[in-house]
Ligand binder design. Structure first.
Ligand code: AMP
Length: 277
């Protein structure tokens, strides 16, 4: 699975990327982290990036593209990756397209975390307070002044990517104002629905249900109503993958059928019980 997390600073990309890493066992590729490491190590890339990062600007495209191109080559990225903070400009997105094409890799989805700008400053302040409490060094660009600049940079240079990926039918938007747990669950649901992961159902939110006919409801209905349905859905998804079809779609059908079967069985039981009463 290869996905991009897109969103302004403080939208939760890093937090969600870490949770997805744990859930799916793929790596998080954060250009911000890589650049901070380069600055700390004093490498040529770090020396070029240091002042730009401190002021809230963007490091030149060719520098970050070079960093990502190298990183994607590493063995741990073969299984898939979550790009966090890259691409940040249209030329970076074009370079990524070319890179993936050259390596015969496919991008599954771009997940946009949509948030209210007014909440971002508060979030970053919370992040700073938490880092200080843990005794960690605070980022030099996590100040209200630099954050304002980073937001302006996002609006002018990164936001056009929403249009770029929506045109290419890759964009999926998630409400980033929900709780961390809810956002993770929603991303997992989306990934299962598009078949980026093995149709694995997201853990159910207490009291939350999907809309009529949504993949979310179909998957959940299957897990609740029948274990047999779940097993055959898994089998069907496997067969679909072999046949080059979309496993989530096929699994959904099977789960629906199994759900109907279970409902008929339950109704029969009730009739029998009533007749005996
Ligand atoms: P982040 O940790 O993603 O908030 O990134 C911190 C800083 O690193 C940004 O404000 C930029 O200066 C720089 N940076 C990270 N990723 C990129 C990128 N894809 N393109 C240009 N600059 C970047």
């Amino acid at each position: 699975m290869r996905i991009i997390l897109l969103g302004p600073p403080g939208s939760g990309k890093g937090t969600q990327a870490q949770r997805l890493v744990q859930r799916y066992g793929i790596v998080q590729l954060s250009t911000g982290e890589m650049l901070r490491a380069a600055v700390a190590a004093g490498t040529p890339v770090g020396l070029r990036a240091k002042d730009i990062m401190a002021s809230g600007g963007l490091v030149p495209d060719e520098v970050v593209v070079g960093v990502i191109a190298e990183r994607i080559e590493q063995p741990d990225a073969k299984k898939g990756f979550i790009l966090d903070g890259f691409p940040r400009t249209v030329p970076q997105a074009e370079a990524l397209d070319a890179l993936l094409k050259q390596k015969h890799m496919k991008l599954d989805a771009v997940i946009e975390l949509r948030v209210n700008e007014s909440a971002l400053l508060q979030r970053v302040e919370t992040r700073v307070a938490e880092m200080l409490a843990r005794g960690e060094e605070v980022r030099v660009d996590d100040t209200p002044e630099v954050l304002t600049k980073r937001l302006a940079t996002y609006r002018s240079l990164t936001e056009p990517l929403i249009h770029y990926y929506s045109e290419r039918r890759k964009l999926l938007t998630v409400d980033g104002m929900m709780t961390i747990e809810q956002v993770t669950r929603e991303i997992a649901r989306i990934l299962a629905a598009i078949g980026a992961v093995d149709g694995a159902p997201a853990k159910r939110a207490p009291g939350r249900r999907g809309g009529k006919g949504t993949p979310q409801k179909a998957v959940r209905r299957g897990t609740r109503s029948s274990t047999a349905g779940k097993a055959s859905a898994k089998k069907a998804a496997k067969a679909a993958r072999k046949a080059g079809k979309r496993p989530a779609k096929v699994a959904k059908k099977v789960v629906r059928k199994a759900g109907r079967k279970a409902a008929r069985k339950a109704a029969k039981k009730v009739t029998k019980r009533r007749a005996n009463a």
